[in-house]
Design a protein around this ligand. Sequence first.
Ligand code: ZN
Length: 915
Amino acid sequence: MIANQFVGLVLKNKSESCKNITYLKTVIMGNKKYNQKQILRLISFTILIFSFLAKTNLYAQNIPSPESVFGHEVGATYHLINYEQSIDYFMKLAEASNRMEIVQVGHTSEERPWYISVISTPQNLKNLEKFRENNMRIAHPEGLSEENLKELIKDQPVFIDINGGLHAGEIAGSQHTNQFAYELMTMNQEEFKYFFENTILVLWPTLNPDGQNIVVDWYKEIKNTDHPTAPLNKVYQKYVGHDNNRDGYMLNMQESKVLAHTWRNWEPEILHVHHQQGHSSEQTDYHRIWLPPFASPVGVHTPPRILREMNTLGMQMAQELETRGLTGATHLGEAYDAYYTGYNDYINMYHNTIAYWTEVDGGQNQWGEPYKIAEEKVLEKLGTFRARNLLVSPWKGGQWNLSDQVEYMVAVNYGVLKYAKNNREDILYNRYKAGMETIENYPEASPAAYIIPQEQDDPNNAVTMLRRLAFNGVKINQFTKETTIGELSYQAGTWVIPTNQVFGNLVPEILGIQEYPHIMQGDELKVPYDVAGWTLPYSMGVDVHPIADPLSDKTVQAMTPVKGVPTKWDANKKAEFTANAVAAGIVSPTKAIEGSGSFLVLDPTVNHSYILINRALKNGGKVTHHKNGYNSRSNGQYIVSGIDKNTLSTWVKELNIPGQWTKTNSGKSLNRLRIGLYQPWHGSLYDVGWTQWLLEEHEYDVDLLYNNAFKDGKTIKNYDVVIFPSIGTARRGGENKDSFILHGYSKDETLEKYAGGIEEEGVNALKSFVADGGKLVFLNESTEFAIKHLNLQVENVVKDKNRGDFYGSGSLFRAKINQDNAIMSGVSKETDIYFNNSPVFKTKNGFQGSVLVSYPETATILRSGYLTGEEHLKGNAAALQINQGKGSIVLFGFSPQWRGQTFGTFKMLFNSLYH
Ligand SMILES: [Zn+2]
């Protein structure tokens, strides 16, 4: 069955909806070939639980097997199923079975329709909307007594969400869902009832549909070449690839919004995301799968009872593997912490969902190429095969195929189903109770609330931040009248986020300051698996006031919940924040343009000003920059002329930016820029995509420049400015540790057309480009390449420091701004920058240029995250402008556009293109 939209979940009658979908009528009947191994395993499994019920399964006869549809078994080596094939298969299953519905949840970046399946007993599916509503009530338990809860959950199934994973390059994920769905559809009635009488499963064929095709297409391109194992040459989700699970609270990407929207409409009790750990033939390992519990530290505000459930569920999965004789199950505690709130998988813990991921050992590459490890080698590494407490049965080596990876994934899914069905009441109760406890624990847990004034340096950043919170299910209020708290008085319209709400734990996780704990592992500092700090008010430059003490009755009475009129979900195949009613109600007041004249003055502090500048230049307007401040706070201003007043007024209104009319357009003229963005042939250098996304969002025209554009010595002459996003050595071993920009992958590693970097010819082309007046901008790790190959009089003072001496990666640092330089137009004297594997600069004799950003000599530098070795930062530079020939080079020794989150420093990058 196919339903068009998730909102409201209006599922049509099966026979009716299928009339419209002609290809569904081609249901493969009969002619099915069972996977022999599968039958054996299913039978043994059936015997295990229902020995008395073992009998021929008549029901299964109408269900098409994977082999009958794909022409091979799921997980057959060198045979991959792409997204369309998988959806076609799921639709055939749904057509043939009354145990499955298909629902469309939105579209992907490449505008593919995105489908999920819902699996349960026909009886449960008939009452799906009622159960969903009950589930939403349990997830939002305000005012629900324990007595009423008992009544509500009497027959209420647990909602489980299992999926084919976020990372398409971890290919078994998107493959295994086909197998799992087939097994569930062909299970005999009694066994199916055993699992699904008390549960409803949402099974996503994949969380990365575009990526599944990108990976399968790449495999087809290379499989018959000399390089059948070449690494993917581009990202597997538009812009961000593997970073698609680092967008949980920001929701910048289309896919992230679809996930959050869907999860907030179901509020599953359990959310299991499959991942895989990479493997190479040189590695010897006795682990096959990593399950919860995670390593420490876990998120500070994780609800304890939900975390405890996650740990128990991890053990249940391990037990299921053991029961099936699948060895090598271990726990994430050995490798992965759950500290970063930005994980799209883990963030749902703050929605009181048991949300986590697992990692099955991958094959040697993106398509799970088999490998074999001899038992002696494993034993040599492990010393003994004796059971350990968390590694009860080490894997003893042998063959490891894609089919094994699929088998492990399917097996743990059964573990999840069992956990859910056996613990139904506890799970529902804990879901309810975790929400109630969050409501009751604040304000004791403090802060009681966060206050966000409407008067902001950049009003849109506050709106942007709040809309993301709202889309993530956080309720937001506004003062209806002027209200005083402590010594501060807040105007009507001021936003208030009380933390005593059901998803209240999420608020300090995102708006609060992170303090990554100092943990030693032996002699080594335990560094975060991802990052240490991300405080949005700092990275976005939003003025936010945490209120420690409980709000007074008077204050509470002055608040009203924000609610707007939501836009249609997935309209124009685009996921918009405003589809959420709260988010739709978050708008900042518009201000009339002051002054007189027909030229428009813009505040460089405001990110949307740059959109207007780009529009003006594209439409033949003139834009000048003047060093006089836009106002007493802001240094610099932009003046737009040559565009009629009506058009300018419309843009100002649409972009919601401050503006003033003036009669003079003095200052330095800006050119309409031809911008090049370096794009390496690499699938996991995500900074390129984040940069591209950011520039496109602000209406810059950007061309991606591949190696040849540099090597030919000509193409880059067509550009005014070329940006090198953060690219480090990024090599898979080898002796050449130079930047990936220079030599890329070697011809031994990939197809000839994707091998190499910009090479010496490219370096020479860059030198003449700058000598002739071009501008180069290097971000973060790419600065190392620039210093070394463009002979800059700059050194990186932390280059060879070890972790004990200096570590601060993934943190927000306080920096001093050189406001005299036009590149820092609109940036406050002191501002927070994102430090992430970053260099720290000292200029050398002969340096010509200026320091743009530096670390303070005296003040505390760490704002959020972790820092050891502050003395290496003090007084040194974080960004430089270097004059060379007729042109210039800008080095950002941090990430002004980190993951599209650092709204407070975007303007540094924008300005650097013009000045
Ligand atoms: Zn992964």
